[in-house]
Write a protein that binds this ligand. Structure first.
Ligand code: MRU
Length: 376
């Protein structure tokens, strides 16, 4: 019988004697098929992150760190593990460059194991740390939900029973973030509190993460409608959106927000029409080492994600070609802080300014690497 260390819909971490492994949903097959793949070694972990078998900033952070921990467990003695970690930690950190989460989770593990001088303590510390990171991320998402719920309640109070119309982009739900999700946590809580809501889910070309959000909302029976990305401006202009609520891959000291490509356009439309634009993020998503969004590296992915599309044909997942032209595929954009109404974090809601962020997270402002220092 394996020992199960952790279980959620998107991740199951198990141990069989000396071997650690985990199961994850193959997100490439959703929303058509729900299938888990078993990840047994670091190479498989790296492949899963690169090819977006798993995706979503918090989840890739956790999966990358699991890749490190599984690799450590395979080494069998301290010196080999230290050499292996020195070589592999930087590789894992850089698989996907925009979200801060891979760096955050890998650095958190390195910070804990660096003082361990005994093999058993070293590998157990690595395992304990990843479990701690998972637990903390879940708690943060839950808290984000509570704060975000208050914002939705306020909007609902002005709607005399009509559903609050929420527009979201990409997938910042349980698939991307283990349990509650970031942007979806307030949505789930509003629904549980019987607040009438309806969610506009933008498709999020080229990888269509919006369909993952739609899949999650379907499971939770939350009313929603999918739109193409280009429809968002029109809906906002027509007064069909009360609030835009998105997640984030990295937020800098001044409150600039990196998120899935297309977020910036929604923020522009929201600003032009006086609609609130909220970003939900756990503190692990802040990068206090960066002054502003211009310093965030933007991942460019392969052209094929634009020129081809994957769907279901007669019950089978297949890929078709859309164009033979060259394509350009920046995967993220930066929404400047002046377009953001507020940031919803686990500690509360703050303005997207360094003063307001510093007031909520003073210790991080003093020590920009505080994110990576764990108290276990
Ligand atoms: O490229 P992906 O699908 O891994 O994108 C990351 C994201 O999930 C999003 O940008 C999301 O909105 C923020 S993560 C909670």
């Amino acid at each position: 019988m394996p020992i199960t260390h952790y279980q959620s819909t998107s991740l199951i971490l198990e141990q069989e004697e000396e071997k650690l492994y985990f199961k994850i949903i193959d997100q490439r097959l959703l929303p058509h098929k729900l299938e888990y793949v078993t990840i047994q070694n670091t190479e498989a972990c790296i492949y899963a992150i690169k090819e977006m078998v798993v995706r979503g900033a918090p989840l890739i952070g956790i999966v990358g760190a699991l890749g490190l921990v599984i690799g450590i467990w395979e080494q069998k003695e301290l010196t080999a593990a230290q050499i292996w970690v020195n070589h592999n930690a930087p590789l894992i950190e850089n698989i996907r460059p925009t979200a801060i989460n891979l760096r955050w989770s890998v650095q958190s593990i390195l910070d804990v194991v660096k003082n361990e001088k005994n093999w058993e303590n070293y590998r157990q510390a690595a395992l304990r740390t990843i479990l701690h990171l998972i637990e903390q991320e879940e708690k943060r998402c839950f808290q984000i939900g509570k704060w975000g719920l208050e914002l939705i309640k306020k909007i609902a109070a002005q709607k005399s029973g009509e559903p609050v119309q929420i527009l979201t982009h990409c997938n910042a739900g349980a698939l991307a973030c283990l349990k509650w999700g970031t942007a979806t946590a307030p949505i789930y809580m509003a629904y549980q509190n019987n607040i009438p809501i309806h969610v506009w889910v933008s498709e999020t070309r080229p990888k269509n993460q919006g369909y993952l959000t739609a899949w999650e909302l379907t499971q939770a029976r939350i009313p929603h409608t999918v739109i193409v990305d280009n429809a968002a401006g029109y809906l906002i202009q027509e007064g069909k959106v009360d609030v835009v609520l998105v997640g984030s891959d990295r937020v800098t000291r001044n409150g600039d927000v990196a998120n899935k490509i297309g977020t910036y356009l929604k923020a522009l439309a929201a600003k032009a029409h006086g609609i609130p634009f909220y970003v939900a993020l756990p503190s692990s998503t802040f990068d206090f080492t960066l002054k502003d969004g211009k310093q965030i590296p933007i991942e460019t992915r392969r052209e094929q994600e634009v020129t081809h599309i994957v769907g279901l044909y007669e019950g089978e997942t297949c890929q078709v070609q859309l164009t033979e032209s060259l394509a350009y595929n920046p995967a993220f954009d930066i929404t400047p802080s002046h377009l953001v109404t507020a940031l919803i974090t686990e500690r509360g809601i703050c303005q997207p300014t360094s003063e307001s962020i510093a007031a909520l997270f003073p210790e991080y402002f003093e020590n920009p690497l505080h994110n990576f220092i764990l108290k276990l």
